[in-house]
Design a protein around this ligand. Structure first.
Ligand SMILES: NC(=O)c1ccc[n+]([C@@H]2O[C@H](COP(=O)([O-])OP(=O)(O)OC[C@H]3O[C@@H](n4cnc5c(N)ncnc54)[C@H](OP(=O)(O)O)[C@@H]3O)[C@@H](O)[C@H]2O)c1
Length: 362
């Protein structure tokens, strides 16, 4: 049976709570982010480097948000109007049948994919290949992961038409001083004709100029959609008026222990899709999260794994998931998210696990 799950989101609420969600010492300015970017220890963090119901095959629609102030009207082509007090009439809709979402750039993106942080060389090629063989069509990479070549190799060798695969990569702040060269480097390393989406990995010195260079690459047909990563409410408020193309996506840390329940509706209200990193808590934290009593109880009720319950919880909140894995069984398991649905009560129970506990420094 087809069913729409609608989430009406209130900008008034968002504005009331904007700026919350990270404790003061977690909030980062451009200066301190730029100054404490570690560049060598990639093992420590990514930056361094019941109703057991039948699956809802319906879109999850994050309904239009009305806001009288501090909102952004988005035109069809994704370009942002300079007048920032218009009423937002955008909606973001997850189609659970096609398993895709329409971006404000006019391109569709899958709502689940594979994250490739810490996967390099053959491990990365094999993981991306396993994902593509399991039906995954969204791959997240980054300059800082040192694996764009491997991602590109797996995509090229897959035999899958290029336009069916959506590849996200990112510019790191140490590339912002020469973004044109950095974009060319990503295109060369990936070697997949064009980049579906490029994000700025973190706020940092020169981020606006780097974004403007990415806008030029969109004009030139080298990149299709743009986005940001690790941008929260304050950072977005400062950044958006300085650019011309509204980001199509913001990728931030989101998991049951760090839910960003204030930030997500704000971003949705701008007509921007939200994608979560560390959906399973991130390496070093997954065991605790996957063994959480609430999650395991819900998983048992549905005959699913804890990982699947967490990923499904994200999807029902309108958050795109990119779990990382080099295990083909896990990779396949992480695609099986559409034959069950969490009840409102189950969603509430997982929402109740929020600890505002970040698992990385940005
Ligand atoms: N923009 C940013 O700043 C940023 C920051 C961090 C991450 N990211 C992106 O987000 C992606 C996801 O983050 P992450 O990979 O670091 O962490 P994650 O997805 O939260 O967790 C990955 C860990 O979960 C395990 N895992 C995956 N599927 C599982 C399953 N079904 N059952 C049990 N364990 C499972 C993996 O082990 P196995 O390999 O054994 O499956 C791996 O150890 C990254 O890969 C990256 O693309 C972006």
């Amino acid at each position: 049976m087809k069913k729409w799950i609608c989430m009406a989101l209130s900008c008034a609420f968002v504005l009331a709570v904007s700026g919350c969600g990270r404790s003061e010492n977690q909030k980062r300015t451009e200066e301190n982010i730029a100054s404490d970017i570690p560049v060598s220890d990639s093992s420590q963090s990514e930056s361094l480097s019941s109703e057991t119901s039948v699956a809802s095959e319906q879109p999850v629609s994050i309904e239009p948000i009305s806001a009288e102030t501090n909102s952004t009207k988005i035109e069809d082509n994704g370009h942002m109007e300079s007048e920032r007090s218009e009423t937002v009439e955008e909606s973001i809709s997850f189609d659970f049948e096609s398993k895709r979402v329409m971006l404000n750039s006019g391109y569709e993106m899958p709502i689940y994919g594979l994250g490739t942080y810490s996967l390099t060389g053959e491990v990365c090629v094999d993981s991306v290949t396993a994902a593509l063989n399991s039906g995954v069509r969204l791959i997240d990479t980054a300059y800082m992961y040192h694996n764009e070549e491997s991602v590109g190799e797996a995509v090229r060798n897959s035999g899958i038409p290029r336009e069916e695969i959506f590849v996200i990569t990112k510019l790191y702040p140490n590339q912002f001083s020469n973004p044109e060269a950095a974009i060319e480097e990503a295109l060369t390393k990936l070697d997949i004709e064009y980049i579906d989406m490029m994000l700025l990995h973190h706020p940092g010195t020169g981020d606006v100029d780097a974004y403007l260079a990415m806008e030029k690459a969109v004009e030139d047909g080298k990149i299709r959609s743009l986005g940001l990563s690790n941008w929260y409410v304050e950072e977005l408020e400062e950044f958006l008026p300085q650019v011309n193309i509204t980001p199509a996506l913001v990728q931030n840390e989101i998991h049951p222990y760090y839910q960003e329940n204030d930030v997500i509706p704000y971003i949705h209200g701008l007509g921007i899709v939200v994608q979560g990193w560390y959906p399973l808590g991130g390496r070093g934290y997954t065991a605790e999260l996957l063994n959480n009593e609430v999650i395991t109880e819900i998983a048992q009720a549905h005959g699913k794994s804890s990982a699947q319950v967490i990923l499904r919880w994200n999807l029902q909140k309108g958050v795109v998931v990119i779990p990382g894995s080099s295990n083909p069984d896990h990779i396949k398991e992480n695609t099986e998210l559409f034959d069950f649905e969490l009840t409102e009560e189950e969603m509430d129970r997982i929402n109740g696990l929020d600890r505002n506990e970040k698992h990385d420094w940005y």
